[in-house]
Design a protein around this ligand. Structure first.
Ligand code: PLP
Length: 391
């Protein structure tokens, strides 16, 4: 049987073959020079990634979850502080808040864009709010200007953009990762920009935040040394610990892979957008609606999300699977409906919009490695099933 794209298994495996020769060469270079920790590929990737994201600085780390944790540690938040985020953009933002000890509060999303709802943000803000993590859901940038406006000029609040799904997306002509005070992203295999394993990065325009982030990443010491300079080993030990830090530096091998993938990112984004246009066309009259991307934004299309009638959703997923097509149910259930939070007092009904969306959502396969034939097969099969099931 024909099988189209397996989003949850062997992530990034097919993507490796797209650029195999360059990736193999880049890895070999690291194996040969031997600076596996903070080798030259790390600062090179950071500089190239910052430039790509239109940010002044970038810091490469071990995962997207870690990037969020580091951002919050850099702000030195504690139990008297509150962080707001959405409950359906992966568990990582919520986990990062829990690990700082700050109070976690969720903001509901907008039913059309699936992004943080500025009105809900305004209603949820409190005197204790110190940070807001807005996730660019499914690759479509959040309405960052409206979210900033909702903060009512509160300069004690740091706006963080989780652009794990939206590397390369744009909002008012600016790149995701440059839209807030700090950008945090996953670079895990399977993401729009994915290494061969786990990785992540932070971006910022602010030098003081960059310094803090850099310190947190490297044991809280005042300098993250790049250990490739001659003479080796480093003649000077890095400066002393100044902040509660972690050891979360990106490996040189993953940085080398990330540099190759970054060089081909625009090609991959072009293919994703072309696939999305095919799905738009096939499904425009079908009984479903696609996530609305803001007029002033361009999505990276990490996922192509449709919302269907809740009563047919599970059948749709099942019938697509029978046709060899794996439909994703990304980020279901919403965070507050996971056992951990239910045991701590959360209940269905707390966040009505995201709960409604969770019952209706289905993510169609969208990967640069899909053939044109596969794309049309997915689109045609989805359209036919949606009509049949909605009959
Ligand atoms: C929006 C979002 N944030 C954070 C993460 C966590 O990234 P990682 O898996 O690299 O820790 C993910 C991963 O899927 C994500 O989708």
């Amino acid at each position: 049987m024909r099988t189209i794209q397996i989003p949850t298994e062997r992530k990034g495996h097919l993507a490796y073959y797209q650029d195999k020769a360059e990736i193999d060469q880049a890895i070999q270079r690291v194996l040969d020079h031997g600076h596996y920790v903070m080798g030259p590929e790390v600062p090179a990737f950071e500089a190239e990634f910052a430039a790509y994201c239109d940010a002044a600085y970038s810091v490469a780390v071990t995962s997207g979850t870690t990037s969020l944790h580091i951002a919050l540690l850099a702000l030195e938040l504690g139990p008297d502080d509150e962080v707001l985020t959405v409950a359906g953009g992966d568990l990582a933002p919520s986990l990062a808040v829990l690990h700082t000890g700050a109070q976690l509060t969720w903001v509901d999303i907008c039913e059309e864009t699936l992004n943080m709802d500025p009105a809900s943000l305004r209603d949820t803000l409190s005197a204790k709010t110190r940070a807001v993590i807005a996730v660019d859901m499914y690759g479509a940038p959040a309405d960052m200007d409206a979210l900033r406006d909702a903060l009512d000029g509160r300069d004690d609040i740091t706006l963080i953009e989780d652009f794990s799904l939206a590397v390369g997306a744009t909002y008012r002509g600016k790149k995701a990762g440059s839209l807030a005070d700090i950008g945090c992203t996953s670079l895990a295999a399977g993401k729009v920009l994915g290494v061969l394993g786990s990785g992540g990065a932070l971006t910022t325009h602010h030098e003081h935040l960059y310094r803090r982030i850099n310190e947190v990443r490297h044991y809280g010491r005042a300098e993250s040394p790049y250990w490739h300079d001659d003479p080796l080993p480093p003649v000077k030990e890095p400066d002393g610990m100044v902040i509660k830090g972690l050891n979360e530096r990106m490996d040189s091998i993953q940085a080398a892979v990330a540099r190759v993938k970054l060089r081909h990112l625009e090609r991959d984004l072009g293919i994703r957008r072309a696939i999305a246009a095919v799905y738009d066309e096939y499904l425009k009259a079908a009984p479903c609606r696609a996530q609305r991307v803001l007029d002033q934004a361009v999505s990276s299309y990490r996922s192509y999300v449709i919302l269907v009638e809740p009563q047919i959703r599970d059948q749709f997923v099942q019938k697509m699977a029978e046709a060899g097509i794996r439909v994703g149910l990304q980020y279901i259930p919403p965070d507050h409906l996971h056992p951990y939070f239910l045991e701590r007092g959360c209940q269905p009904g707390m966040l009505p919009v995201i709960e409604k969306v969770a019952d209706a959502l289905a993510c169609l396969p969208i990967e640069p490695t899909m053939s044109v034939e596969d794309v049309h097969y997915v689109a045609e099969t989805a359209r036919k099933l949606l009509f049949d099931l909605s009959g």
